[in-house]
Design a protein around this ligand. Structure first.
Ligand code: ATP
Ligand code: MG
Length: 399
């Protein structure tokens, strides 16, 4: 008997001719996620991936958690790989059920069998029936319930056989690296980390850019964003965070432009810089955490004016979501607790009491021209600091 991990994936199976590319990427991403945990084989077979560690004392729980976070993975199961021999299958079925009942007070169960190996003399229903009987013999207080059992014992009879009872859901999506790269505008708030996560989940490699206005925003506010980027890199494999000094630009806008247009002009400057950095890194789109109507700068008119500062596509995956829906995801992906730490945002440093909620592009462009931003933008980009992360750890440089 060998304990292994069975990985299921869904969507990528639909991709026709691209399928091998996607599968290879997924297997590669799983391998990277498990880097440093010990020797293993990753085997792709019949629409599944099997992770087979070679070391005794392998940390299965940590490995399951890491694989579960790889985008493209629909579910993972700790599985016993055994010989395709009914006596062996019976023996291991009892072992698994015994271990399960030690920690759970299950009363009902069913056995589900798939037979891929048609040379095996018993058919699936017969295997399920026989195993059910063996389990009932050993645990007479259990009952079979085919509709809503407390647990299911899964048996797959192939070249080897696989037996397990646990299916741990992953996030689905597509393997990161199959859909190019995009640049996330990452603030210290709740929304933008969720937005980045959602796009990464579609297979897009994500880099991030953060604007900070020291000394108007503190070192701690920057640390918070670094922590959020670190958490995100746990999903996206690698992530570069570009930290742009934004103070001089904000001061210039604050001094030269009408007060009720400060926010929108500042947001346009952010977009312009993000697009330039995106271009220099090969990212093909921008990502923001905006959703329609959330605040003054996110009315449909404001979004349109902000959007016109750039030509690159801007992805706003939260556009139609309510705050509570965003918070639910933020909790699930572990960014929420960091996002709600108190901090000053550069957007709130110079903010009008009554910002324009229906800005008009031609007026904003005229106001914007009052500030001399060109040289300041070049300088800010030059002074940008890059911090790199790989799988939840800060590294010197991504190679
Ligand atoms: P968040 O919760 O992501 O901070 P928000 O609801 O506070 O969003 P805004 O402050 O209007 O909304 O920001 C809208 C979007 O602009 C953010 O989701 C983020 O993508 C981007 N953004 C705002 N501030 C910054 C910043 N300092 N650095 C980088 N991006 C920023
Ligand atoms: Mg914010």
């Amino acid at each position: 008997m060998e304990k292994i991990i069975l990985v299921r994936y869904g969507e990528i199976i639909l991709k026709g001719l691209n399928r091998p590319v996607f599968e290879e990427k997924l297997a590669g991403n799983i391998k990277k996620a498990l880097y440093g945990m010990g020797k293993l084989n990753i085997i792709r077979s019949q629409g599944r991936i099997y992770v087979e560690p070679h070391e005794s004392g392998y940390d299965y729980d940590t490995a399951l958690e890491k694989i579960r976070k790889v985008f493209g993975v629909v579910a993972v199961s700790p599985v016993y790989k055994i010989a395709t021999d009914f006596e062996v299958i019976k023996e291991n079925a009892l072992k698994i059920v015994g271990a399960l009942l030690e920690s759970k007070s299950h009363k009902t169960f069913k056995v589900e069998t798939k037979r891929g190996n048609k040379r095996f003399p018993m058919e699936s229903p017969e295997i399920s029936r026989e195993l059910g009987a063996v389990i009932l013999d050993a645990y007479p207080y259990l009952k079979v319930d085919v509709n809503k059992p407390d647990f299911i014992l899964y048996v797959e009879v192939r070249e080897s056989s696989y037996i397990y009872s646990e299916i741990i859901p992953g996030y689905g999506g597509m393997p990161v690296g199959t859909n190019g790269k995009a640049m996330l505008l990452l603030s210290g708030g709740i929304d933008s980390p969720v937005a980045g996560w959602m796009i990464a989940k579609r297979g897009v490699e994500v880099e991030a850019v953060h604007f900070y206005s020291y000394p108007y925003t503190s070192e701690r506010a920057k640390e918070k964003v670094i922590e959020l980027a670190r958490i995100l890199s746990g999903y996206s494999y690698r992530l570069n965070l570009h930290i742009v000094p934004f103070t001089d630009i904000q001061l210039e806008i604050n001094e030269k432009c009408p007060e009720d247009e400060l926010t929108i002009i500042m947001r346009r400057a952010m977009m312009v810089i993000a697009e330039r950095i995106a271009n220099s890194t090969g990212a093909l789109a921008l990502i923001t955490g905006e959703s329609v109507g959330q605040v003054a700068s996110q009315t449909i008119q404001s979004l349109a004016v902000t959007n016109s500062a750039v030509t690159m596509p801007v992805f706003r995956p939260l556009i139609g979501m309510d705050k509570n829906e965003v918070i639910e995801i933020a909790r699930k992906i572990d960014t929420f607790e960091t996002s709600i730490l108190p901090y000053e945002d550069c957007c709130t440093v110079f903010v009008a009491k009554h910002p324009k909620t229906r800005p008009q592009l031609d007026r904003i462009i005229r106001s914007e021209a009052l500030a001399d931003l060109g040289g300041l933008i070049d300088k800010a980009i030059e002074a940008t600091e890059v911090i790199s992360f790989v799988l939840g750890k800060q590294v010197e440089k991504i190679i």
